[in-house]
Structures are given as C-alpha cells and as structure tokens.
Write a protein that binds this ligand. Structure first.
Ligand code: AMP
Length: 450
C-alpha cells in the first residue's frame, strides 16, 4: 500500500497532509505525482471527488520555490466563477504553511480591483478563460512567465464554448511550459484540443474504478439508425412499471434535443432534459423533477449530467455508443447503486460497432445482445450524420491523393467533410493557411466556423 512518504514531500506539505487528515494518496494522486513531477504534459481523466485537485497541486507545490516575482508562475483555468472560488479556497488550505500568493479572477466583477491585486504579485493564478484574456489585453497581466498551465474540467469548458478563449490564451503563453489537463469525460472536442496543443501527453485514467459492474445487468440492441432507435426507446418506455426511473444518454446536445422532441409526442408529462444550452434554472428544475420522481425520464448529455447522483435509477439507456469507453462506465455507473440491481441498455448501429467492442475490451465482458423486437418499426428516415457524404467529382486530384494515402487519412478527412462542398467551400478552403505555427491553426479554426 502506497503512502505519502514515498513522495518525499517538503516539511510544509507533510504538515498539511497531517492537518487535513489524509491517510494515503488516492489512486489519481498516486498516478499523477511522478508524472507531473517529471515535467511531462499530462491528461487526467478523473471525476470530481477523486482527489484530483490535490493530485495536481501536490507536485506543483512541491516544485514551487519561494519567489518575489510579480507575474504568476502557475495558471489554473476553470470554467465557472464558483469553481474559481472553490479552487482558491482549496489551494489556500494546501499552502497554509508556505509563502505562496494565490489569486482568483473571474468575470462579472470589478476588473480594476483585480488589476490592483495582480500588481501586488502572485504565484498561483486561478481564473475563468474570458476574464484572464481581458486582463492580458489590458496589459494588466503578463502570461509569458507561466511555467505550468492547468486546465481543469476541460470537458465542461469546451461544452460551454470556451474554445476561442482557450486558444487565445495559449497564444499568449510561453511555448516552453508544462500543460496539465483534467477532464471527467473524454469527448471529441477534448481529443481535438489535446492533438492541437499538447506535446505527447501522458494519459492517466482512473474513470473505470468505482463502477460496480456486478450490480448492473447489461444488454444491448443492434439498431438500424437514429429514428429506429427512437422507435425502440418508445417501445421500451411504454413498460412504465419496469422502466420507472430512466436516464437516457447521448453524447451530442443537438441530437439530445431531437430525441426530446420525438419523445415529447408520447411522454410529455414524464420527460425532462439537461444539457449545456439549457439555462441554469431549467437544468436545476429538470434534475429536481427527475430526482423526486415527478418525471420518469431524463435525457442527458455526458458532460452535463456529471457529478449528479440520483437515487434508484432503474435503467440507463445508452442511446448512442460512446466513442470513449470511459464515458460508458460513467453512464452505467448511475444505476445499480446502493446494492440495488440496475439495468443498462446500449443501442448501437453498424457504425458504432467498433466503439461497442472497445467498451467490451475495457470491461473484459461481452454485453449480451437482445433480439430486435419484431413489433418495432424500422425507420427509413436519416439524420444528417447518417447521410452519405457528397464528394465534389471535379476535385479529382485531391480525391486521388486521399486514396493513395490510405484508409486512415481518408476516414479523418471524411469526418471533417462538410455535406455541401460547392464553390464557396473551395473558396473558403483557399483562405486556410498551412498550419505551421499555432496561430495559423487558430486562424484556420476561425475560418472553419465562419
Ligand atoms: P476533488 O476530487 O479534488 O474535488 O477532491 C474531493 C475531496 O477529496 C476533497 O474534499 C479533498 O479534500 C479530499 N481528498 C483529497 N485527497 C485526499 C486524500 N488523499 N485522502 C482523503 N481525502 C482526500
């Protein structure tokens, strides 16, 4: 069994650990400590409650020497004002015996006060992305001295649309720095961010632990397409006594809304939804109504439903198959709690088969397949993602090159291909630079969004 002694910590940190009453490192702390100490880029997949804050702060504080430097050396980015306050409080408690200056900045408050505090000198700056960018543009803050960048809750950050603020901040930082990123879920956006800005990061994942598979009865259906999944779900949800508290997961908020609209036609008084485009009040209402049993069905996206702990969920429906196996574990862990047996049902299309197999490999378990019910209609209707992609035949050379480069290149290009690739698309493509510097990538991203 590991103990904090093996970390060889400073006297001050050992004293804090005693004061806090921590007996031994949590799994994420144990894994993260040597890697963060080594200076490598790190991506940690870990939920709140696992001790992740201490996992990144402990090695950072161990390495932080006393300094009178005015400009900060550690920058911690979090998505919300509440998290800034919470993070500052935690860091202050960890540095009670150290001479470390910590400051939290966030939007919606007087910027001049924050400028004055910054001028007094800081070691660790905790911030939301928007405010820190404003402070830097104002000349109140210099980010080139940041040696360690931590981005916490990065999945929430990207889901809330902070990608532009983040990429702007990256531009202002020194190239030579250590990047540390924590996310509870892996999403396509998170993966893209890692690919664009991280240097071969070391990945630590402890998301799987804590899901008690023995309490969860898993099954799956092979389903033709989105609208057939809708028909199957409606069929299942009609068994009201059996499916009495149902969480339906999708990875994409656009399709979560589409599913909600379809389900509304049948279950309007028993249905609620939660994702990041809904207002805070709406989200709270959805959660309360589902938890109290007023609504039987909650449609949720992976990112937004995190950290929610519901009692006695009878079924988790994986309406789509998560790309990242860890997300499946998060999802199904919402049922089968407190000794009760829970049920998880996975819907997968042919295109999602590979993702299903990755999940099964991770669990070392093959999810039993249930025959598709004969009384459920197979729909011929498609969602945009299921339509065949249009390749402009006049653009022969590019097509040839892609074929020459083999299947993986082709797949990636297809993923990024817009459905309408007419003249305006080609014109837009010409405005893209070859990404040589990070700034070019950002400019290209902006062009892509236009
Ligand atoms: P976090 O995942 O960072 O939100 O931390 C969750 C909680 O775990 C916090 O209240 C910490 O104080 C606590 N915690 C962190 N590390 C340990 C540890 N090694 N032993 C016991 N509790 C811990």
């Amino acid at each position: 069994m590991s103990s904090f002694e093996s970390f060889n910590l400073t006297k001050q940190l050992n004293r804090i650990i005693d004061d806090l009453g921590y007996q031994k490192p949590t799994p994420i702390q144990e894994e993260a400590f040597p890697v963060i100490m080594s200076g490598k880029d790190v991506v940690g997949i870990s939920q709140t409650g696992t001790g992740k804050t201490f996992a990144f702060m402990l090695p950072l504080l161990q390495n932080l020497k006393f300094s009178k430097q005015i400009t900060p050396r550690i920058l911690i980015l979090v998505p919300t004002r509440e998290l800034v306050l919470q993070m500052v409080e935690m860091i202050e408690s960890y540095t009670a015996y150290m001479n470390v200056r910590v400051l939290g900045v966030y939007g919606g408050t007087n910027i001049n006060m924050q400028k004055a505090y910054i001028g007094e000198g800081i070691d660790v700056l905790v911030a939301t992305p928007g405010r820190i960018y404003d402070l830097t543009l104002d000349g109140a803050l210099q980010l080139k001295t940041i040696k360690k960048l931590v981005i916490d809750e990065v999945d929430v950050m990207l889901d809330l649309g902070f990608i532009y603020q983040l990429t702007n901040i990256f531009e202002l930082l020194a190239e030579k720095r250590q990047n540390i990123m924590f996310s509870a879920t892996m999403t396509d956006d998170v993966e893209e961010l890692i690919e664009d800005f991280f240097v071969v990061p070391h990945k630590i994942s402890i998301a799987v632990s804590g899901t008690r598979l023995e309490n969860i009865e898993q099954s799956c259906y092979s389903v033709e397409n989105f609208y057939t999944k809708v028909n199957l779900l409606i069929h299942l949800l009609q068994k009201k006594n059996e499916f009495s508290k149902v969480l339906v997961f999708l990875s994409n908020k656009k399709y979560a809304d589409l599913l909600f609209e379809e389900l509304e036609k049948h279950f309007v008084s028993e249905l609620c939804i939660i994702h990041s485009n809904k207002s805070q009040n709406y989200r709270i209402r959805s959660i309360t109504e589902f938890d109290e049993g007023k609504n039987r069905i909650l449609v949720a996206t992976d990112v937004m439903s995190r950290g929610l702990d519901f009692d006695k969920v009878t079924h988790v429906i994986n309406f789509d198959t998560p790309h990242f196996p860890e997300n499946y574990m998060h999802r199904i862990g919402r049922t089968g709690r407190q000794e009760a047996i829970g049920h998880s049902i996975l819907f997968y299309t042919e295109a999602e088969k590979e993702a299903k197999e990755a999940i099964e490999t991770l669990m070392n378990y093959s999810v039993p397949i249930i025959d598709f019910p004969i009384d459920v209609e197979i729909s011929g209707k498609s969602i945009p993602d299921e339509l065949p992609r249009f390749i402009d035949p006049s653009y022969k050379n590019r097509k040839k090159n892609e074929e020459e480069r083999g299947p993986s290149f082709h797949e990636k290009k297809l993923k990024n291909t817009k459905v309408n690739q007419g003249g305006s698309y080609l014109r837009k493509m010409k405005t893209y630079k070859n990404a040589r510097r990070k700034g070019d990538k950002i400019a290209n991203r902006r062009n892509k969004k236009k």
